[in-house]
Design a protein around this ligand. Structure first.
Ligand SMILES: C[S@@+](CC[C@H](N)C(=O)[O-])C[C@H]1O[C@@H](n2cnc3c(N)ncnc32)[C@H](O)[C@@H]1O
Length: 219
């Protein structure tokens, strides 16, 4: 049997590896739609890694409470340290769960789900399982913020394919991640009753961040 991927080993250097390879581009991508999230109250943050996004979200939106789910104990430890350092009472506003997002306990309804550079860790069947697991816990008009790598058309197509392949290979070596290609999240999200309401490409189309909205009547 194959062992599950583990991000524990790369959790501490993760931030620096990211800055070394792509500079601040991923950070810009994660934060692009943050101003649209200031009315949300109950968030489910999946695979946030070392918690840089959650810390920023808790800072910018002081009314928000969050459940943060990650399989990596070390990533969650970094996330807790980072968020608890914001202010003495911030620890009351989030709960961490070390478990798979595909089967995590849910305490919805959530009006926000965040998956930054997480869906691209999943195979297509696992992504569909995740969406079926999460969608029933969304409140009406809930937002789902997604950032992922993307293969653009045109001149950047080949370089993007090479980069994404190289990243998957690096993650395979460092974390035992078995995924080899970017899954398609659009079709299963639409089937679950979500509509894409905003989209931004960064780094010549290599990165994409999208805001989806749930409409309960559409399910
Ligand atoms: C590529 S990192 C992305 C981290 C961060 N969201 C970012 O924007 O850079 C993927 C994260 O998802 C976590 N992860 C991988 N598979 C998971 C799963 N099935 N359930 C929950 N977390 C998972 C990893 O431990 C890691 O923290």
């Amino acid at each position: 049997m194959l062992t599950q991927p583990s991000f524990d080993l790369i959790a501490r250097p993760y931030r620096w590896l990211e800055y070394l390879t792509l500079g601040r581009a991923l950070e810009h991508c994660r934060l692009h739609f943050l101003p649209n999230l200031l009315q949300q109250r109950r968030a489910l943050i999946l695979g946030d890694g070392d918690g840089r996004f959650l810390a920023e979200l808790l800072t910018q939106n002081p009314h928000l409470h969050a459940d943060a789910v990650d399989t990596s104990a070390t990533m969650l430890q970094l996330l807790r340290q980072r968020c608890e350092a914001l202010a003495p009472n911030v620890s009351k506003r989030f709960t961490t769960h070390q478990t798979s997002a595909l089967t995590c306990p849910t305490d919805g309804p959530y009006d926000l789900v965040v998956t930054h550079f997480f869906l691209d860790c999943l195979t297509q069947p696992d992504l569909e399982t995740l969406i079926h697991h999460i969608a029933p816990n969304l409140s009406s008009e809930a937002l789902w913020l997604i950032s992922d790598f993307h293969i653009p058309s045109g001149l950047m197509r080949l370089p993007a394919k090479i980069l994404v392949r190289s990243l998957y290979l690096a993650f395979r070596i460092l974390t035992n991640l078995r995924t080899t290609k970017l899954p398609n999240h659009a079709t299963p999200l639409k089937q679950a009753g979500l509509t894409r309401i905003a989209r931004q490409h960064l780094l010549a189309g290599l990165l994409v961040t999208e805001l989806w909205q749930f409409h309960s009547a559409a399910r």
